[in-house]
Design a protein around this ligand. Sequence first.
Ligand code: GRF
Length: 199
Amino acid sequence: MKRLGILLSGRGSNFEAIADAVARGEIAAEIAVVIASRPEARGLETARQRGFNAVSIPSKGLDREVYDRMLLEELHRQKVDLVLLAGFMRLLSASFIRHFPNRILNIHPSLLPAFPGLDAQHQALEHGVKITGCTVHFVDEQLDAGPIVVQAAVPVLDHDTVESLSARILQEEHRIYPEAIRTVLGGHYMIAGRRVIFN
Ligand code: GRF
């Protein structure tokens, strides 16, 4: 059974969607550890309530390399195979990423490469796009840039606010993140350049 490590910093709704998919037997893996970079993260509390091994490793004031070594230690201790970033608000160092080559997934609330970085939904509204969405991708050394596993499109409506648009995108996030994890764990794909090709 593959072991998942989930990294989060806040609300943790994607973590919950993943946990639900695991519980329904849709993802053949177990959640080995949930790590929060902020002790006050709601997702940490939820993970504990649901009985998961949930640990707080606060990042505040720590050097990236130092912090990432602490993360790595915990992930290796829990024998994690696949790392899932779920609202994890920190950049990971190149040396961290090298420990999990094509073994880290992230979800981002836009159709990458449009609107990387913070406040992607706000960026989409400001730009006036008619369609945005969400993306699950492998994490490489650039921000929001690795090979794309799954995307879903979401229309931008005339009356949308950041809140209403974010909520509609989030529903799709909760659908495609478990789907992407299932696909990656299934292993029937290859990465050719930037393309993830399924077979
Ligand atoms: C999501 O919109 C995700 O795409 C982004 O951060 C948000 C996390 O939400 N990376 P949650 O903590 O999973 O509820």
